[in-house]
Design a binder for this molecule. Structure first.
Ligand SMILES: [Ca+2]
Length: 363
């Protein structure tokens, strides 16, 4: 994609100092990185100084508020800053992914049960470094604004990953359950951290009325991205090994209600849920989430083979999901949900899961 540089300095646009620099950044020919372009778009949206079309990034037909689009208006600079429409695919304001890394164990035996065949694996330092490199490279390659991640074992695993991604993600939060050898959830985000909320301590209820809790933390991370509040949830629901389907359904219902409550509390935020929900479209947990009118499953408009993230007995399944709370400021870019994998039938970055990714604009 080619960006065109403005022939005039757009710094005379008098909306705010921040919009000056953002528009300069947007119009810069050096702004070729997808992350940077999204960041700039999100910031322009948050500041209310520009709009983006569905086809060509900044929409030259829509002047910034307060400008009439005349010859001498700053709109001309916005036009000049626009991506060349004929060659440009849509650049969304935000891109969000969820990725189960598959057992990102560290180099120590924490459970005391690390023999061959036991659940916890102990890696050599060399194996650990190579595995972290592989996963970090995979996450980096998503060019996402934020990523919900699952199956990080310990702070050691998380810190190693964070160190490799700190240039992209100043926010990197992991929520350990504290159980030795357990695999936990995390969030990486391009914004600055505002707030962390955790929900595992609150009892939730199975359909049969019995009480349980989230299997792992249901992690809620609030970030500020150039004035825009983004709330990202990371989930990893009960698996089907030695199954407890009622617990998974309790997690789905509780997660749905928590996400909706946050969106109602913070109407200026974008509210997104990503996770390995361990069940497929049409299953009771997924139906329960989608029973709320404001909970949009991002991959709903895509063929299942394009959004399947896991292979079970040779059958590709969609068990990793992204939801947008649609009363929030986010708007799903139709058709943008896609599985991201290393190759046909493979997972991503050495995982047995592909990532799921989707793009969002702002209202
Ligand atoms: Ca360990």
């Amino acid at each position: 994609m080619k960006l065109r540089t403005s022939t005039r300095d757009p710094s005379h646009i008098d909306n705010s100092g921040r919009s000056h620099s953002l528009l300069r950044a947007w119009s810069s020919a050096t702004l070729t990185d997808p992350m940077l372009r999204r960041f700039c778009l999100a910031a322009l949206f948050a500041l209310g100084t520009a709009s983006c079309s569905s086809d060509a990034g900044v929409d030259p037909a829509v002047p910034p508020p307060g400008h009439d689009g005349g010859v001498d208006s700053p709109t001309v600079d916005v036009q000049e800053a626009a991506i060349e429409a004929e060659a440009a695919p849509h650049v969304a304001a935000l891109s969000f992914a969820t990725f189960n890394t598959h057992q990102l164990f560290d180099t120590t035996c924490d459970s005391g049960n690390c023999a061959p065949g036991d659940f916890e694996l102990v890696l050599t330092q060399e194996q650990f470094d190579a595995r972290i490199d592989q996963v970090a490279t995979a996450i980096r390659g998503l060019h996402a604004t934020a990523v919900s991640v699952q199956e990080i074992e310990t702070v050691a695993s998380m810190e190693a990953l964070t160190a490799r991604l700190s240039d992209l993600y100043p926010t990197a939060i992991m929520a350990e359950t504290g159980a030795p050898g357990s695999l936990d959830v995390a969030v990486f985000g391009a914004g600055t951290l505002l707030e962390i909320r955790k929900h595992r301590g609150v009892p939730i209820t199975r359909p049969d009325g019995t009480s349980t809790s989230f299997s792992r933390e249901f992690l809620e991370v609030h970030m500020d991205l150039a004035g825009l509040r983004i709330v990202v949830f990371s989930a990893h629901f009960r698996s089907k090994n030695n199954d407890d389907p009622g617990r998974r359904q309790a997690e789905a219902r509780a997660a749905r209600d928590i996400v909706i409550m946050t969106a109602q509390e913070l109407p200026e935020a974008v509210v997104l849920l990503g996770g390995d929900l361990n069940d497929t479209p049409g299953s009771p947990p997924l139906l329960d989430i989608e029973s709320a009118a404001s909970m949009l499953r991002a991959a709903k408009d895509r063929p299942i083979d394009q959004v399947s993230t896991y292979s079970w007995n040779g059958e590709l399944q969609a068990i990793d999901h992204i939801f947008l709370e649609t009363t929030s400021r986010g708007v799903y870019v139709p058709g943008s949900a896609r599985a991201v994998r290393d190759g046909p039938g493979q997972g991503l970055g050495g995982s047995d899961h592909a990532a799921l990714q989707a793009d969002f604009d702002l209202r």
